[in-house]
Design a protein around this ligand. Structure first.
Ligand code: CA
Length: 225
């Protein structure tokens, strides 16, 4: 099931879209203000966000930047004007795609599908890091051909790092994307899960192979040399 967050202050558009998208099997999270939308987009982990740029309480581009500061959730901006400069600013601010109002539910859904194809780890191919093979669609990981028994969070953490192999992923990003807790209240749980994951990967903090902690910055997954 795909969950979409719709941030839109126009009641009629929300109702029309809601009806059309629910009929197509989507689960919807609705917000009619920017602040409510920010909370929904960040805390409820929708698969994608549709953001109306003309909101009553916050400038839409500002909200887009706020969401992007803590989340990489696929985001489609809905703009009122077919204005080149507006669209460029929107994409530069981190939108994955845009629709120009008035748009149909069909067009929006096609764009959602396209954005999810490009960004969703659930549709990504297997990832191979050294002797580690991670299959996001099957939610399995194997090391040297042996399947690892990972708890859901451990798998999420491993898959998130594997999709960004070699890059140091900041703790704040892990908290926002893997733990859905961008405010950093459970920083310790990253350490705990890393330590469990390490054990399952047959390594220790003293003698790391795949998981490298960069103190004060974040964590990266690497192929052992
Ligand atoms: Ca509006």
């Amino acid at each position: 099931v795909t969950t979409l967050a719709i941030i839109e202050d126009d009641d009629r558009i929300r109702e029309t879209l809601g009806r059309a998208l629910r009929a197509r099997g989507y689960t919807l999270l609705m917000a009619s203000t920017g602040l409510a939308g920010l909370a929904v987009a960040v805390e409820q982990q929708p698969d994608a966000v549709v953001l109306d740029l003309g909101l009553p309480d916050i400038d839409g581009l500002e909200l887009l930047r706020m969401i992007r500061a803590v989340s990489r959730v696929p985001l489609i901006a809905a703009t009122a004007r077919d204005d080149e400069a507006d669209i460029v600013r929107t994409l530069d601010a981190g939108a994955d795609d845009y629709v120009v109002k008035p748009y149909s539910a069909e067009q929006l859904e096609a764009r959602v599908r396209a954005v999810l194809r490009r960004t969703s780890p659930s549709t990504a191919d297997r990832m191979i890091v050294g002797a580690l093979v991670i299959d996001p669609s099957a939610r399995t990981a194997a090391l040297d051909g042996d399947e690892l028994e990972l708890a859901p969070k451990e798998f999420d953490l491993l898959a998130y790092l594997a999709a960004r192999v070699g890059q140091v992923v900041p703790r704040r990003e892990l908290l926002a994307e893997v733990w859905a807790d961008p405010y950093g209240t459970s920083d310790k749980s990253i350490d705990v899960h890393l330590s469990w994951l390490r054990t399952k990967l047959g390594e220790t903090a003293r003698d790391p192979r795949y998981l490298r902690v960069v103190r004060g910055v974040g964590v990266k997954l690497v192929a052992p040399s």
